[in-house]
Ligand binder design. Structure first.
Ligand SMILES: Nc1ncnc2c1ncn2[C@@H]1O[C@H](COP(=O)(O)OP(=O)(O)OP(=O)(O)O)[C@@H](O)[C@H]1O
Length: 418
């Protein structure tokens, strides 16, 4: 078996936090006389290997040490203790603008980066048109990079990092800054490099991307490796812990109240008080999971008797698009209400909303008259228990048949697995 491309052994990183003197009275009042000097352990006892030609995803909560680890792999930071062996030509795309010289033009920065990677001028010249085309920033390529927008920085940085033929590519979440089309181009390129045998280490908060792209995942938790292994398994373990934490931080599990910014309209004889999320046994659901059974219990107050009432719920995706909804009239459920409090359940055996921070609207009406309307008022975070590779806002129902190969010549080489 070949030597691993990267070996990390018992790695630790401690940052020194320096005392900052406050000079103005305002600063002293706001922040205190000085910040205490101290240290912060960003990584502790981290060990793992990256076999050559594999793709590894670093996942974990904000501040868990992912970027610090990447910077150590890229040689930007030195470890406090432990060791890192990176065997191969490394190209890294770290934080915005890292590795660029602000006064130099994009074109000059390509030469600078190439020479840092140990390439000859001729080698760089043979790639430069490809880099410029990939970056797609037009005439800005001859402007100093200090005038670039963040998207332009990322475009040029990614183009340089992937085109200069790295053996090991290190990429921080940063490509998320680019626009949708550029992101797709980046991901396509990452796939191509992966299939060509480039070793890739990437940090991502997108579990879908990690599941799709990575062979293995390393889950960092407060600077320690919490789990390491095949990406789908580590991702679902990580998501399980994230969901559990979210559940624990909810002091009224399952109960969804209208946000403080909610705008209520209607004549008010009936008003929705809250929506409760329940599982199939009627127990409060602290975390709503896609693809799982869900009952939404709409609690309401009734002030006077009302007849022929229609109650409805609408679902709005976090991008603002109203995706769909349901109401009692369409389902032929007659509702007559007397003064007091009550509830009505809306149940689905399998929630088809994909993971996102959804919002719900509720409406209570009768023959066009609005008693109560709360638009986009109720937050409904939908989470996943695994990194799904299916995108979009809702699940589309359908079945796939088995793959059928027609006219396959017997002499054809067998298909390579990606
Ligand atoms: N130069 C530095 N000096 C002091 N502390 C630092 C420095 N760089 C990072 N840290 C701290 O180390 C911890 C890990 O940071 P790091 O950026 O590696 O986390 P991360 O997992 O990449 O987070 P995110 O997902 O938010 O990008 C954080 O608490 C951060 O504040």
């Amino acid at each position: 078996m070949s030597e691993p491309a990267i070996r990390v052994e018992d790695l630790s990183k401690v940052f020194r936090l320096h005392t900052e003197r406050r000079s103005s009275l305002k600063e002293i009042v706001v922040r205190g006389r000085s910040r205490r000097a101290g240290s912060f352990q960003a990584l502790e006892g981290v060990s793992f290997e990256v076999p050559r030609g594999t793709t590894v995803g670093l996942i974990g909560h904000n501040g868990s040490g992912k970027s610090t680890l990447l910077k150590i792999l890229a040689g930007v930071y030195r470890p406090t203790s432990g060791g890192v062996v990176v065997d191969g030509r490394v190209s890294a795309l770290l934080e915005l603008g890292a590795g660029f010289h602000g006064e130099l033009t994009g074109r000059e920065n390509i030469y600078l980066n190439g020479s840092i990677l140990g390439m000859s001028r001729r080698e760089i010249e043979s790639s430069i048109q490809e880099i410029i085309a990939f970056a797609g920033i037009g005439e800005f390529i001859d402007s100093p990079v200090k005038v670039y927008s963040s998207g332009m920085y990322v475009r040029l940085g990614f183009a340089i990092a992937v085109t200069l033929d790295p053996e090991i590519l290190i990429v921080d979440e940063i490509i998320a800054v680019g626009d949708e089309e550029f992101q797709r181009k980046c991901f396509d390129h990452l796939f191509r490099l992966r299939n060509q045998g480039t070793t890739i280490v990437l940090v991502t908060h997108s579990m879908g991307l990690a599941a799709e792209l990575c062979d293995t995942a390393v889950w960092l938790d407060h600077g320690h490796v919490r789990a390491i292994g095949p990406a789908p398994e580590v991702i679902s373990e990580y998501l399980g812990a994230v969901n559990e934490n979210e559940a624990l931080s909810n002091d009224e599990p399952g109960m969804i109240r209208a946000g403080l910014d909610a705008v209520r309209s209607g004549s008010g004889e009936v008003q929705v008080r809250a929506v409760e999320a329940l599982d199939q046994l009627g127990r409060p659901l602290p975390v709503v999971l896609t693809n799982e059974p869900l009952t939404l219990r709409v609690h309401f107050d009734v002030k006077v008797p009302v007849r022929d009432v229609t109650i409805g719920i609408g679902f709005i995706h976090e991008n603002g698009t109203g995706i769909g909804g349901s109401n009692t009239r369409e389902h032929g459920v007659p509702i007559q209400l007397e003064p007091g409090v009550g509830y009505i359940d809306y149940t689905t055996d399998r929630l088809d909303l994909m993971p996102a921070n959804w919002r719900m609207s509720t409406a209570v009406r009768s023959h066009g008259h609005v008693y109560d309307m709360l638009e986009k008022a109720f937050p409904l975070p939908v989470r996943s228990s695994g990194g799904s590779t299916e995108g979009g806002a809702v699940r589309i129902h359908g079945r796939w048949g088995a793959a059928v190969q027609e006219d396959s010549p017997s002499t054809a080489p067998s298909a390579a697995t990606p």
